[in-house]
Write a protein that binds this ligand. Structure first.
Ligand code: PXG
Ligand code: PLP
Length: 438
């Protein structure tokens, strides 16, 4: 229980602090698909922690690898030094990665991965004598973490508006999310590939010679599972190629099986020049992110004197902290041995049928899904946006289910180990909650 626990000093992230502290929800332990709360309730985790525990919670192999690592080598700097685990992880990760993404730069989070990828893009052009390519193009409703780079290219207004001018030279593509054309699509929505052509207009406005990179999530996760129309990502790729612009896929959510294969790039058949990953990289067990980098980009940096630093960037733990590297190696091994990406592809139609069975339920104005991600969008309550979804969230939790809300959308992103009865339980619980709220 929580008696005696002082909740006040902790300033909680992305949380209504006063409401939470009056109505706390505290987790004590977790295993597989379930959390146990401090008051002993078992909660089915419908969101894999926060899109990160793809192999389920407290996987014994990952736990053991971390325990062993911290007792052997707790820390070694990655600046001019190393340890074997991080080299092994880079080797393993780049072997999985699509196409020429054959180098990995490690960081501690998705936000750091994004800021690192943006810095690599700008610096790459400069290394090649195109230092005027400094503009970055993001997308409306995009989420790229909370660093100044990430919020600048990001397109979620509440995450931006408190924080001043941000990076200069940023522009945004339109979002492809459109209920009028695409409501209740199963998998990829038909309408919207032409919106990629807006990139040509942005290029015309600023001139290609000033643009370093375009960054998008293959599926926008945080804004509510916004799925690309067929051909859209390829059109972005083609326009970038035409103008010498780098294409960055932010796969912090979509990597490691979420879309039914190892990476969104693979699912959609489009090759980025840089890719940010995090979350599932360690199954959420230790913070870690990475930027996967095309070999030509890496090579462009490997020019000056051999002993000179090539890229003036790095975090104290970005070396690939030994515990994170151990967790990453174990997580990738588990994904492979348990065939979890294959399993995600196999279960995706089950999740699809289940969530679409909620069509017609009170308040539901859209349902969308791809791989092991789905969203149920609710009609916002007049004058009280987001409150209906928050009420649904609380009711689901009281009924033993954790979902995620963003705006008036409920997001489902279960671990890839989820089974059919658990999927049915999720949908039944959400249906009951929606029917009982105004
Ligand atoms: N890029 C993408 C695409 C993400 O989804 C980040 C970057 C930032 O990662 P870190 O590790 O710095 O948080 C993310 C993170 C939600 C939610 O409610 C999603 C994220 C973070 C917080 C909430 O869906 N994604
Ligand atoms: N601030 C100060 C004063 C520091 O010394 C450092 C790192 O040495 C940082 C910030 C950055 O911390 P990190 O490398 O963990 O991102």
């Amino acid at each position: 229980m929580n008696a005696g626990l002082n909740l006040e000093p902790y300033w909680m992230p992305f949380t209504g602090n006063r409401y939470f502290k009056a109505h706390p929800l505290l987790m004590q332990s977790a295993e597989g698909m379930y959390f146990t709360t401090t008051d002993g309730r078992k909660i089915l985790d419908g969101i894999a922690g926060l899109w990160c525990c793809n192999a389920g919670h407290c996987h014994p192999r990952i736990v053991a690898a971390i325990q062993q690592q911290v007792a052997t080598l707790d820390y070694a700097t990655a600046f001019q030094l190393g340890h074997p685990g991080v080299f092994e992880l880079a080797d393993r990760l780049t072997a999985m990665a699509p196409g020429g993404l054959d180098h990995a730069f490690f960081v501690n989070s998705g936000s750091e991965a994004v800021d690192t990828a943006l810095k690599i893009a700008i610096a790459y052009h400069r290394m090649r004598g195109e230092g005027q390519r400094i503009r970055l193009i993001g997308r409306e409703r995009g989420y790229h973490g909370v660093g100044f780079g990430g919020i600048s290219v990001g397109g979620m207004s509440p995450n931006r508006k408190m924080f001043g001018a941000m990076l200069p030279g940023v522009d945004h593509l339109p979002s492809t999310h459109n209920l009028e054309h695409n409501a209740f699509s199963r998998g990829m929505p038909e309408w919207g590939a032409h919106l990629a052509d807006e990139l040509e207009n942005i290029v015309a406005l600023h001139d290609a010679s000033t643009i370093a990179a375009v960054i998008v999530e293959p599926v926008a996760g945080s804004a509510g599972v916004l799925i690309p129309p067929p051909g859209y990502l390829q059109r972005l790729r083609d326009i970038c190629d035409r103008h010498g612009i780098l294409l960055i896929f932010d796969e912090v959510i979509t990597a490691f099986g979420r879309t039914g294969s190892a990476f969104g790039a693979e699912t959609f058949g489009v090759q980025p020049d840089l890719m940010s990953v995090a979350k599932g990289l360690t199954n959420g067990a230790v913070p870690m992110g990475a930027v996967l980098v095309d070999g030509d980009i890496y090579s462009a940096f490997m020019t000056g004197p051999e002993q000179a630093v090539e890229f003036f960037h790095g975090y104290t733990y970005s070396a690939g902290h030994p515990a994170a590297a151990a967790a990453g190696l174990a997580a990738l091994a588990v994904y492979e041995e348990e065939d979890l990406f294959e399993r995600a592809a196999r279960m995706a139609p089950v999740l699809e049928d289940a969530v679409h069975s909620l069509r017609g339920t009170k308040h539901v104005i859209d349902i969308r899904n791809l791989g092991m991600m789905a969203a149920i969008e609710l009609e916002p309550r007049a004058g009280e946006p987001t409150l209906r979804a928050l009420e649904a969230f609380r009711l689901c939790f009281d009924a033993g289910l954790l979902v995620r809300t963003t705006g008036d959308t409920l997001a489902l992103t279960p671990s890839l180990i989820i089974n059919e009865p658990q999927i049915a339980q999720i949908v039944d619980t959400i249906g009951d909650a929606l029917r009982s709220i105004d």
